[in-house]
Design a binder for this molecule. Structure first.
Ligand code: 13P
Ligand code: SF4
Length: 310
């Protein structure tokens, strides 16, 4: 879909955008981009969205190649849902420190300690962790997924802030994992309070990976996929957006009649994908995501359970 962008690009960026669009036609590739990407990446994307939307698009596409402008766990999700397709991640720097905080060894230990508990893993996990999970969730559907399970005990991983938020919305016993996203976790509630004091009319929209004290100040807590909807439907004109910085650019584009102030940090993993790397990726098939067959089969079960639910 063609996007109306606020950002203006220089000639070299425009040239690279056209080159990528030409290459993706030649290679029958589809490009998926997360909301946190740099604005020029929106221009080359066939779909821009949140983790859930990207998982759904990955499942639907009939292109030969899926190129992911996001991070590695997202590209792995695409591979799990489309195992016969070539899935490309333009740079191996696009990891995620939150996903790396959950290891199969540690999860096996926690499962042993709580044999009756269901394992709900946030999509921000490696394929190995998904393969050990009963069901996956995103920040948009975590509460609904947890509430839909028959188990009273839930091992929720890897984000402790999202886990605490889910725990506040359910009667189930949530066993928290001590993981966090440093981009969201280091956002400071006192600074946000000062920003709010300067803009008392503004409504606060916060991502659930933020700390509890920030979520308590928020008028609306949601994943990146719910932010534009809230801003559109709410009567207020001004919003303070508390998440990764790229989201504000996306909101300014999607909801042009409102004002968005950003209280954010940059995710270096998300920003490591650039247009020259996308060109290289399409020309040289870099870097192809491959996963063992048994991991794909087990992880697919957990992702399918989530996708059936939506
Ligand atoms: P969502 O798009 O699910 O809100 O994801 C946030 C995130 O941190 C992805 O890395
Ligand atoms: Fe990982 Fe946080 Fe970056 Fe998302 S914003 S990719 S959770 S480090």
């Amino acid at each position: 879909m063609e996007q109306q962008l606020i950002a203006k690009f220089d000639n070299e960026t425009e040239r690279l955008i056209h080159l990528v669009i030409e290459l993706k036609k030649q290679r029958n590739a589809v490009i998926l981009a997360h909301n946190y990407q740099n604005p020029e990446m929106y221009k080359i994307a066939d779909y821009i969205g949140d983790s859930l939307g990207l998982s759904q698009e990955a499942a639907k596409t009939d292109a030969d190649i899926i190129l992911f402008c996001g991070v590695k766990f997202m590209a792995e999700t695409a591979k799990i849902l489309s195992p016969s397709k070539t899935v490309l991640l333009p740079t191996l720097d696009a990891g995620c420190s939150l996903a790396d905080m959950a290891t199969p060894e540690k999860l096996a230990e926690v499962k042993k300690m709580h044999p009756e508990a269901a394992v709900v893993s946030y999509v921000n996990t490696t394929a190995d962790i998904k393969a050990m999970s009963d069901v996956c969730c995103t920040s948009m559907n975590a509460v609904r997924i947890v509430n839909s399970l028959p188990n009273d005990e839930i091992i929720f991983l890897p984000d402790r802030n999202l886990g605490r938020y889910v725990a506040s919305k359910t009667n189930k016993r949530i066993i928290l994992w001590d993981g966090y996203c440093f981009v969201h976790d280091k956002l400071n509630a006192k600074i946000l309070a000062d920003l709010k004091k300067k803009n008392p009319e503004a409504k606060i929209i916060a991502h659930p990976e933020c700390r509890e004290e920030i979520l308590q100040m928020a008028d609306h807590v949601c994943g990146t996929g719910g932010m534009a909807k809230f801003a559109n439907s709410n009567g207020t004109k001004d919003f303070i957006v508390v998440t990764e910085c790229g989201m504000t650019e996306m909101l300014r584009q999607d909801v042009p009649n409102k004002n968005f102030y950003s209280f954010c940090n940059i995710c270096p993993y998300m920003k490591s994908t650039t247009l020259p790397l996308v060109v290289q990726s399409l020309v040289y098939n870099q870097h192809e995501i491959t996963l063992p067959k048994d991991i794909i089969a087990k992880a697919k079960r957990a992702l399918d359970r989530m996708l059936e639910f939506n």
